[in-house]
Design a protein around this ligand. Structure first.
Ligand code: 5RP
Length: 251
């Protein structure tokens, strides 16, 4: 049951390359988003064709529902305990394999699952690879309690890092607030550039109403970047990213 030609070829190539890393008996974390959904479909097809025995933890309700509908066994993270491999998408990937995640409002569960994995592999198309993080608005999951106070504290923290005056916008679905799987709100920080992701991550984590931010620092072991022609480029941490290698994709 292979996926149709309507699927983005770059995302499909990355997903297939990541699925090739899966072995019988593995405990897997399944990411969230359009690229992760393609991966889940590929995984289910391979598991069925080869009779693989896999145990999977999902990073969102949407992924759990998709995976179960395709016959994959979903258990809670606590039932499985520890994972061999998590495969997830990303909104931005920098040369150190630092990530911005949370475009799908799932970064809290995604981070918990990735942190409980021997290996985190990110799958993405070339448009996600950046020199410096921050063009994609940074998602921050915050509690509803004291929401405006938390927003003020975030603005204050940004000012201290010379990132003042940037928009800190509540994510909406139409006119309603987006509510995460954990029942929280999302603030999107329109920073344009994040010169020091480590300092920003530390500052955001120190704010009590912040549940989790979308900076994934030092968590990704391998990024598989799919290309339109069906080939992939694998980026290891600190490897030089050759922009030409990724060029002519998505043009
Ligand atoms: C969800 C995420 C996704 O992995 C990220 O938004 C990428 O999604 P897509 O593959 O649809 O571009 O972090 O919270």
């Amino acid at each position: 049951m292979s996926q149709s030609s309507q699927v983005d070829p770059a995302k499909l190539a990355a997903a297939r390359a990541a699925i090739a890393l899966v072995e019988d008996g593995m405990k897997l974390g399944l990411g969230t988003g359009s690229t992760a959904s393609i991966m889940v479909r590929e995984l289910a097809a391979r598991a069925q064709a080869e009779g693989l025995n896999l145990r999977c933890a999902a990073t969102s309700r949407a992924t759990a529902e998709l995976a179960e509908s395709l016959g994959l066994r979903i258990e809670t993270l606590d039932e499985i305990g520890w994972l061999d491999l998590t495969i997830d998408g990303a909104d931005e990937v920098d040369p150190q394999l630092h990530l911005i995640k949370g475009g799908g409002a799932a970064h809290l569960r995604e981070k918990i699952v990735a942190a409980a994995s021997d290996r985190m592999v990110v799958i993405a198309d070339p448009g996600k690879v950046v020199e410096t993080l921050g063009a994609f608005p940074l998602p921050v999951e915050v509690l509803a309690f004291g929401f405006e106070t938390t927003r003020k504290l975030i603005r204050r923290a940004l000012e201290a890092l010379e990132l003042g005056g940037r928009d800190v916008l509540q994510r909406l679905n139409g006119s309603d607030p987006v509510i995460t799987d954990e029942g929280n709100f999302i603030l999107d920080l329109h920073l344009m550039q994040i010169p020091d992701p480590v300092a920003l991550a530390r500052a955001l984590s120190a704010i009590p109403g912040v549940v989790e931010h979308g900076l994934f620092l030092g968590m990704c072991d391998l990024a598989i970047i799919g290309r339109e022609d069906g080939t992939v480029v694998e980026l290891a941490r600190d490897a030089d990213i050759d922009a030409d290698m990724l060029a002519h994709e998505g043009e």
